[in-house]
Design a protein around this ligand. Structure first.
Ligand code: SF4
Length: 368
């Protein structure tokens, strides 16, 4: 009997588990990411593989150990390495002696029929109506998870008691995890938002605004980005993440199935600095930095996995974007070697610099 698993990618894991269960499939969720997960991925992956490949390989090993025998993985069309993740991971797992099947969902690129054929393998013991309802709930849940997350970033920067927002947010995630229908998703989102609204605020806080750009996996998975949003939020920074899963799915699944281009405004914003697609989110990181600058953000933090080619291209152009758009930025490559203490120190120094900059510009305005 097939027992399905998948890689962790932030809160998407909650929605995927609900979808697969709703389709009548047996699911073995990968255990939460820990140091052991990373160690397993690092031990068995090629040294220069991207960090997300190593973490998801660790997820698969732990899920197979827990009894899964069918892995669901996304594919890609390049030009970066993501399209080869599944090939590399599958070969490594076979070499390690695991007996399993891998179902790879490639981006539609207009070939919606091929995707549907593959998705047929995920069609469990349910009726068409149940499948459509599970998909509907999945989509609503992803949107609700994204909305709750964005709200938590606003609240955390203003909380009066450190950790209160994270506690409310975690409780809200559990509400959404439990939702089984679109209506329950809506009701549980409202319960979660009520919890967030009850977090006591400190109105005297001078809140900075920082945009977060970079490689998608690193932005979505808190374990991989060393909880950058939580750390900044607890420093009194309102973070706005450039990428949300619902936007990504809309662009890469819905629009690409209909041959419609997505992300026009980001591409337009990036165009004076980079006109070409360089793989992954490299061009978007530049376009989003431009947009954050024009929306009056205090700064931008760029998170990338060490050796990530598209983001290295963006990193090399960011100094010019920063100079011309007048926005400070901090670019941080992360991998399994990254230490939390050094990371926090860099964030603190950047935030201090932004506060100085803001108070300097306020003084200048008073002197005018
Ligand atoms: S975007 Fe970067 S980290 Fe992600 S697969 Fe491509 S090269 Fe690797």
């Amino acid at each position: 009997m097939r027992k399905f698993t998948y890689p962790h990618i932030g809160t998407l894991s909650l929605a995927i588990e609900g979808l697969l269960t709703g389709l009548g499939l047996d699911v073995v969720p990968p255990p939460p990411i820990t140091k052991r997960t990373i160690d397993l991925g690092v031990l068995h992956a090629p040294e220069f593989a991207c960090f997300p490949l190593k973490i998801s390989l660790g997820n698969f090993i732990e899920a197979l150990e827990a009894g899964a025998n069918t892995i669901i993985m996304a594919g890609g069309t390049g030009p970066c390495r993501f399209g080869f993740y599944w090939v590399v991971q599958r070969e490594i797992l076979f070499d390690l002696g695991y007996d399993f099947e891998m179902i790879v969902l490639e981006p539609p690129q207009g070939q919606i029929k091929q995707v549907l054929d593959k998705a047929g393998a995920l069609y469990g013991k349910c009726s068409l109506g149940q499948a459509l309802s599970a998909l509907h709930t999945f989509w609503r849940k992803i949107k609700a998870l994204d909305f709750l997350h964005a709200q938590s970033l606003v609240v955390r920067a203003r909380e009066a008691e450190q950790g209160a927002t994270s506690k409310a947010y975690e409780a809200g995630l559990l509400f959404l995890k439990e939702a089984r229908t679109p209506q329950e998703v809506q009701e549980n989102l409202e319960r979660a938002l009520t919890l967030l609204a009850k977090v006591p605020r400190d109105p005297a806080k001078d809140v900075l605004k920082i945009g977060l750009v970079g490689e998608v996996y690193m932005l979505l998975e808190p374990y991989a980005n060393l909880q950058v949003e939580k750390i900044l939020g607890e420093m009194g920074v309102e973070v706005k993440r450039a990428v949300y899963l619902s936007d990504w799915i809309k662009e890469h699944v819905f629009l690409s199935s209909l041959y419609l281009p997505g992300g026009r405004s980001v591409k337009k914003a990036a165009a004076p600095y980079l006109r070409h697609f360089v793989g992954g989110h490299g061009r978007d990181s530049l376009g989003e930095t431009v947009r954050f600058a024009r929306e009056g953000f205090d700064g931008v933090i760029h998170i990338l996995p060490f050796t990530c080619t598209p983001e290295i291209v963006a990193q090399s152009i960011l100094p010019e974007v920063s100079r011309r758009e007048g926005i400070p930025y901090l670019s941080i490559p992360l991998d399994e070697q990254s230490g939390e203490a050094g990371f926090v120190t860099r964030l603190e120094a950047f935030v201090d610099m932004l506060r100085e900059r803001r108070s300097g510009s306020k003084k200048k305005q008073l002197l005018k």
